[in-house]
Write a protein that binds this ligand. Structure first.
Ligand code: GLY
Length: 393
């Protein structure tokens, strides 16, 4: 040992130990928040999704809501991080109930969110073939929404029926493709893969603006079958960059790149990520929409930050250039540092893991509150980053 190491080694070991201790303490906080959530009475078929200002307990929603798979998924991640069989049992209960969604028709594009987060993690961590059967049925139900004329999955078929909307796609829908990719490689038909690729290509063509930002909603021209106009539903304006929409694009195209190996999807994920990072505030958490003129008084969206952190950690593994890898990974870690700080982790306020997400500001819903998908992607990102060490293989 030279003079330098003998002087600094104890300090380095102590710092490393303190870091591990800090992450361990953070995980314990997440566990106790989730245990408090389990202790709240949840009637069957209702799942936690948000918390009202000033309240401690979660608001519940019908399991038919698009967010219903996140609570099950969060519990699977707690099992993965802690190895505690309690979480396996709770996650399994929350997961199995969702299978009933498949008895309803027509299905929604959100089955991708609902089933990948719940059954997908269940299968990965518990390997029960019964989970795979449900996933395959879910993928087939999602595929019924694919319209070959538009080379894409319709997002809200009920708006077509009741409001006279044309065929349309929301950028969020990129997140549902993982279910199709999985199914096509695990006993489902090759067509599921082709649908996922076609949908991703159509989104690439229709949703991106020249600056690399994405529109929330795209309407299609029934005469040509081509993307026609860009709108928003949850963002500030048709031309604005809604933070979570951009987050879904980053994460969704990263999955498409992983599953296909197609460099065009990798390039698209990078384009979405670079645009997001270029405009990100220096504290690494976006305002709910990058173009809200109320910034810096506009609410933040911790959920977008958690989705992007998780997506970037995977994107960093797919890019080849070491400097770009490092840039994405460091950006993700900086986001997780901020999300893990007392500015977002405030267990004394309620039973959520993270505060300060924004769900649907234009409709006045879930503004600056905890939202279950923030917790889900935060847990995922913390595990991907290695900060919550994996205990289950
Ligand atoms: N529709 C999914 C979201 O609110 O991001």
């Amino acid at each position: 040992m030279n003079r330098w190491t003998s002087a600094w080694l104890p300090a380095l070991l102590l710092a490393g130990g303190m870091r591990a201790q800090t992450n361990n303490a953070l995980l314990q906080t997440m566990v106790s928040q989730a245990k408090a959530t389990v202790a709240e009475a949840h009637p069957p078929y209702r799942t936690p999704f948000s918390v009202d200002h000033g309240k401690k307990e979660w608001l519940l929603d019908s399991f038919r809501n698009w967010r219903s798979g996140f609570w099950a998924g969060t519990q699977w991640y707690l099992f993965e991080a802690t190895g505690d069989a309690f979480w396996k049992q709770e996650a399994d209960k929350s997961t199995r109930i969702l299978a009933e969604l498949l008895n309803k028709s027509p299905h929604s594009h959100d089955v991708g969110f609902q089933f990948t987060c719940s059954f997908g993690n269940a299968l990965r961590l518990a390997k029960d073939p019964a989970y795979a059967k449900v996933m395959l049925r879910a993928a087939d139900s999602l595929a019924t929404l694919f319209d070959p004329k538009y080379q894409s999955i319709c997002s809200w078929p009920y708006r077509v029926k009741t409001l006279g909307w044309p065929h349309h796609v929301i950028v969020d829908n990129m997140m549902n493709l993982e279910l199709l990719f999985w199914a096509s490689k695990n006993g489902g038909s090759r067509r599921l893969y082709d649908i996922a690729v076609a949908h991703a290509r159509t989104t690439m063509k229709g949703h991106f603006r020249p600056d690399g930002s994405t529109a929330h909603v795209v309407w299609f021209d029934p005469a040509t079958g081509q993307p026609d106009s860009m709108l928003t539903h949850q963002g500030y304006a048709d031309g604005s960059m809604w933070a979570r929409g951009q987050a879904w694009a980053i994460y969704g195209f990263t999955v498409a790149a992983r599953e296909t190996g197609d460099p065009i999807f990798l390039q698209t994920a990078r384009r979405a990520a670079d645009t997001y990072l270029k405009r990100l505030p220096c504290d690494n958490i976006p305002y709910w929409d990058f173009d809200d003129p109320a910034i810096p008084s506009a609410p933040r969206d911790a959920s977008a930050a958690a989705v992007v952190a998780s997506g970037l950690l995977e994107l960093a593994t797919l890019v080849k250039e070491p400097a770009v890898k490092l840039r994405y990974r460091n950006a993700a870690l900086a986001m997780l540092d901020e999300l893990s700080s007392p500015r977002y982790v405030k267990p004394w306020m309620n039973h959520a893991m993270l505060q300060h997400s924004t769900g649907n500001k234009p409709q006045g819903k879930d503004i600056d509150v905890p939202i279950i998908y923030a917790d889900y992607y935060y847990m995922e990102a913390m595990i991907r980053s290695g900060r919550f060490a994996k205990k289950v293989k």
